[in-house]
Design a protein around this ligand. Structure first.
Ligand code: GLY
Length: 345
């Protein structure tokens, strides 16, 4: 793990410490430069990080970065986050998203239909309402009031094919690592076939992003079309603050991806933050909570994937997953790179 914070003597002058636009802050006579970092889940995190870095690299706020970053993924045609995602079993795409800043401000939307950028609606919930979460028609009504366009609700070509194919058997099965590019592009009918199996379990498609800006403030975002072919009304972990996403600016930021029900069960992201508060590194903290999920699920753990990424106040980062195959993208001043997460088994 990298140490991302370095301290320089203020006598050399603040301007001398500005690295790639990063802002020096004064601390007890020392000039401290905090190096920004953004970490996002899966391959899609690379493109998302690039957009986030346009904000962070010019001294912008982590909150703006994590919104702008995941908006890229919400727009992608060949990715199942956003309106291009798989529908529920009744044929409707329903979206969940959440956002949280460095002052415990947070907002989320769930079961939201026909709105292109749920992450931005979540931010409006945070900033414009006295509430944390809006769902369903109420969330959509609020979005329209806030100026968001109501889209036509048609499925994307890939999603339509997947849904037609799924309808043949109407069965459910989680698809481990479906968020990876090599899985998410396999949306044609023939390749979806192995993904459709037993009852009661689902596919899922999520991007999560956590960032620290040059002021040392943390924020996070998470957005998803949720489990493909889910029951109508199903909401996963992504919009549940403490489960899919949690930020404590004194400690760290965490976001989850994978089987939402099993992240909610353990208040996953909050649990990882609490481990970091006890002194664990981001990777150790993620691992402890993954092990907890494994203990709870017993033999059923083999059918699901759950993954966390985390950063702490020192700018150290890590990720951990239940099974092999989870990756995440990390953008620092040194570049934007994809990392394979360590895993339990
Ligand atoms: N982790 C996303 C979901 O289960 O909906």
């Amino acid at each position: 793990m990298d140490r991302r914070k370095f301290i320089n003597l203020s006598s050399l002058g603040a301007a001398g410490f500005t690295l790639q636009g990063f802002i020096p802050t004064s601390l007890n006579g020392l000039s401290t430069t905090i190096t920004p970092i953004v970490v996002a889940t899966w391959d899609a995190g690379l493109a998302a990080n690039k957009a986030a870095w346009e904000v962070l690299g010019s001294g912008g706020k982590a909150l703006d970065a994590v919104e702008k970053g995941v908006m890229v993924t919400e727009d992608e045609m060949n990715c199942c986050v956003g309106l291009n995602g798989n529908p529920d079993r009744d044929g409707f795409v329903t979206l969940d998203a959440s956002i949280m800043d460095h002052e415990f401000n947070c907002g989320s939307v769930a079961f939201l239909e026909r709105i292109k950028h749920p992450i931005s609606v979540a931010r409006k919930v945070m900033e414009k309402t006295p509430h944390v979460m809006l769902v369903g028609q109420g969330a959509q009504q609020f979005a329209i009031e806030q100026g968001f366009k109501l889209e036509n609700g048609e499925l994307s070509k890939d999603a339509k094919n997947s849904y037609q194919n799924w309808l043949k058997n109407s069965e459910y099965k989680p698809v481990i690592n479906i968020e990876r590019k090599n899985a998410t592009t396999q949306l044609d009918a023939s390749k979806m076939a192995p993904h459709r199996l037993s009852n009661g379990e689902w596919n899922h498609d999520t991007i999560g992003m956590i960032a620290m800006d040059s002021m040392g403030n943390l924020s996070g975002s998470c957005t998803t079309s949720g489990a493909g072919f889910k029951m109508r009304g199903r909401v996963g972990d992504s919009p549940v603050i403490g489960a899919g996403l949690y930020v404590d600016n004194e400690v760290g930021a965490v976001v989850a991806t994978g089987q939402g029900e099993d992240v909610i069960r353990v208040a996953g992201s909050s649990a990882v933050v609490e481990q970091m508060r006890q002194g664990k590194t981001p990777t150790e903290a993620c691992k402890i909570v993954i092990e907890r999920i494994r203990r709870i699920k017993k033999e059923k753990a083999k059918d699901i994937q759950v993954c966390f990424i985390a950063i702490n106040k020192k700018g150290e980062y890590g990720g951990y997953s239940l099974h092999k195959g989870f990756n995440y993208a990390v953008h620092t001043p040194q570049g934007n790179t994809l990392h394979e997460a360590t895993f339990l088994d």
